[in-house]
Design a protein around this ligand. Structure first.
Ligand code: MN
Length: 255
């Protein structure tokens, strides 16, 4: 099995090295990852400027390609140009910090996996909840365990799965829950320090609160200490509303 390993925290991030160590016996692992941290890059890609690629020795153990681009660029470039063979599986992570709720929309980790899925390759994003000791080696063991179950028949070509590992310690993780993404808005804030010439300068604060939940979601299950598994899809079309919009008397466009 040919595995493409990517992330958004950059090719030297400890979560990537830990995931590499955990999955390298499952197949041939190729690493193509951004040469700098790209968290919250979402699905952005690099246009109009060339992307420099260089071989990077990671963790004293393996070589990867560092790309001067975004997480989604790495997957496109790997599949179209860099890899001799099309990967059978795209793995993204392990991200430093959870990717649940609306943060999935901003996540470069999930975006890289989504790119793989768009290209028809089964793809899994892995993230470790922050706030505790970031034991990526232990988290990677859980990731491999989840991955092996996904590979036992459920994960199909072109499918995207988002996996979060809860903060580790004590009884955590206390199990696995397959849960939907929460779309409750988060509460966040900006700090303001105006510039010397009176410009307004804002910076998004790192702390945010998830919104109240009406039912069980990836946010609530992760908070309870479960490994969360959420199948995602790239099809954003709201098929239920198609009929309403088709029912508008559109007539002919003005000439
Ligand atoms: Mn990240």
């Amino acid at each position: 099995m040919n595995i493409l390993l990517v992330n958004d925290d950059g090719i030297l991030a400890p979560g990537l090295a830990a995931l590499h160590e955990a999955v390298r016996e499952l197949g041939t692992v190729s690493v193509v990852a951004p040469d700098s941290p790209q968290s919250a890059a979402a699905r952005s890609i690099t246009l109009h400027v060339p992307m420099v690629c260089q071989q990077v020795h990671v963790d004293g153990r393996f070589w990867g390609t560092g790309v001067g681009g975004r997480p989604a660029d790495c997957v496109k470039l790997a599949v179209r140009e860099l890899l001799g063979q099309r990967p059978d599986l795209v793995l993204s992570g392990i991200n430093a910090g959870a990717n649940v709720g609306v943060n999935i929309f901003y996540s470069g980790t999930v975006a890289a996996a989504a790119e793989g899925a768009l290209l028809g390759i089964p793809s899994v994003a892995f993230s470790l909840q922050g706030g505790g000791e970031m034991d990526f080696r232990r988290a990677a063991g859980h990731c491999r365990w989840v991955l092996q179950r996904l590979l036992e028949g459920v994960l199909q070509p072109g499918e995207l799965v988002n996996v979060n590992i809860p903060m580790l310690g004590g009884p955590r993780p206390c199990g696995v829950k397959v849960v939907p993404q929460s779309t409750a808005a988060i509460t966040e804030s900006y700090s303001r320090k105006d510039g010397p010439d009176g410009q307004a300068v804002f910076q998004l604060r790192e702390h945010f609160d998830y919104g109240p939940e009406q039912s069980e979601t990836d946010v609530t299950a992760l908070e309870e200490g479960y490994i969360t598994v959420t199948p995602l899809k790239s099809d954003l079309t709201d098929r239920l509303r198609m009929g309403h919009y088709s029912g508008v008397r559109w007539g002919n466009p003005p000439s």
